[in-house]
Design a binder for this molecule. Structure first.
Ligand SMILES: Cc1cc2nc3c(=O)[nH]c(=O)nc-3n(C[C@H](O)[C@H](O)[C@H](O)COP(=O)(O)OP(=O)(O)OC[C@H]3O[C@@H](n4cnc5c(N)ncnc54)[C@H](O)[C@@H]3O)c2cc1C
Length: 404
């Protein structure tokens, strides 16, 4: 049961067509199968294969590299629909999308030619790695480092944490410290494009020195793996510094923070998608379940919950699309991306909780979809920067823009 919303009337013909296609895909392929993969915590390979056929790995990659060449706004609409089905499915494409953004914006011509065509088809998938066991929010505190050897190759050492698609990816965009003395520290950081064998725990040959420990056991967000990555003498050729050595050494922090801005729009779209699904489930259940002689939807207290949920979903969707449209227009959108991520992820959690309450005892049963949503939604409060970090970004930007 999809709920019609006014925002859809603001779509271009292409956006409307693609949104409808992805919604149908979510209804027919994702929603009926999500419970199985969630329960088994197994990678939803058949769904991912169909996404490749639909071209969903290359939505934002230019047509000259085999992608669809669509903008961030359209991508956010697609992510909303995928997440309405299951946020783990959008997790499979999210870090891939960030990787392709990094290549498109900062990559050398050789790097674009080599990676983008294979990424557009989904033949190879990308991961994005900043976090470490002791560092998440405070990215400048990373310890992993890279040192250039006499043969020009960089030797990478360190442990990374929480890498989404850490095992199944063929390429990891990873942030390393290359100048430990840099002050401030962010100026001494570089992004390396590290290649690896997909689904292999201990890499050998050209990729030796990169191992993937067993996946981290999680409360929700199952199906898509989150892993540590251990770089221990991994040797990276100089042409795999993002943008090339001349342009890229020392630029990694700035490049990756830029990518996080679009990543935040992506997580916001996921928040809208999960909130939308919670609203749909609540609308259906509240008209089926009866208490005191009438459907619970006829009790004003329940109607108010539905009203608040629908209002918040609409607001979160609008602010998410505004942030995406600003970025597409080439405007600074760090403030808006932060607001969208904050509002939409909190809306996702709130709507899921209200839907859970509306389900009464059944919300606590694994028989009902809301139980999965209840375990999935909290991730969005954390990934791509916590709500506290978004408030810090928003506050700082507000004061910059309104300096007296
Ligand atoms: C399932 C999952 C997938 C992930 N995927 C990836 C990935 O693909 N790549 C990747 O690099 N990372 C990934 N992450 C890591 C994620 O980005 C971090 O967990 C997140 O940035 C928070 O960092 P942290 O966990 O170290 O928390 P911390 O930074 O230790 O923060 C702990 C708490 O303190 C608060 N806090 C921190 N600093 C401040 C401050 N200055 N003021 C007020 N409060 C503060 C935080 O908001 C939080 O509540 C993933 C995480 C999860 C759970």
């Amino acid at each position: 049961m999809a709920v019609e919303t006014a925002a859809y009337t603001e779509q271009t013909d292409i956006q409307r067509d693609i949104t409808e296609m992805v919604r149908q895909f979510a209804d027919e392929q994702i929603l009926p199968n999500a419970e199985h993969y969630d329960h088994e915590d197994s990678f939803p390979e058949p769904i991912v294969e169909q996404m490749k056929e639909l071209g969903l790995f290359g939505v934002t990659i230019p047509e000259e590299y085999g992608g669809m060449g669509l903008d961030l706004t359209t991508y956010a609409m697609i992510v909303e629909e995928l997440s309405r089905g299951w946020i783990s499915i959008s997790g499979v494409v999210n870090t891939h999308f960030i990787g392709s953004y990094l290549l498109m914006k900062f990559g050398s011509d050789e790097q674009k030619d080599y990676f983008l065509p294979k990424m557009a088809t989904g033949e190879i998938r990308a991961a994005f790695s900043l976090s470490e066991p002791e560092v998440g929010s405070d990215v400048q505190g990373i310890k992993s480092s890279a040192k250039q050897g006499e043969d020009g190759k960089w030797e990478l050492n360190g442990q990374k944490m929480w890498v989404t698609n850490g095992l199944g990816s063929s390429v990891v965009f990873v942030l390393m410290k290359t100048d430990p003395k840099a002050d401030p520290p962010y100026k001494g950081m570089t992004c390396f494009i590290t290649e690896k064998e997909p689904w292999v725990e201990v890499n050998e040959g050209d990729y030796s020195g990169l191992t993937v420990p067993p996946k981290i056991k999680k409360m929700g967000y199952k199906g898509v793996e989150s892993t540590e990555l251990v770089y221990d003498g991994y040797r990276c050729p100089p042409e795999r510094v993002l943008g090339g050595e001349e342009a890229g050494v020392g630029q990694g922090f700035v490049q990756m923070m830029d990518a996080l801005e679009v990543g935040r729009v992506n997580v916001a779209a996921r928040g809208v998608g999960i909130a939308q699904r919670a609203l749909e489930l609540a609308l259906r259940y509240s008209q089926e379940r009866k208490t005191f002689g009438k459907p619970i939807a006829q009790h004003q207290a329940i109607q108010f919950k539905l009203a608040d949920m629908a209002t918040k979903v609409e607001a979160a969707r609008l602010v998410t699309r505004k942030a995406a449209r600003l970025k597409d227009a080439g405007e600074r959108s760090d403030l808006e991306a932060g607001m969208a991520k904050l509002l939409a992820s909190e809306t996702g959690k709130e709507c899921v909780e209200e839907c859970f309450r509306i389900h009464g005892g059944y919300g606590y049963s694994k028989e009902y979809e809301i139980e999965r949503l209840y375990r999935d939604a909290p991730l969005l409060l954390i990934g791509e920067g916590t709500s506290e970090i978004q408030r810090m970004v928003i506050g700082k930007k507000l004061l910059q823009r309104h300096k007296i």
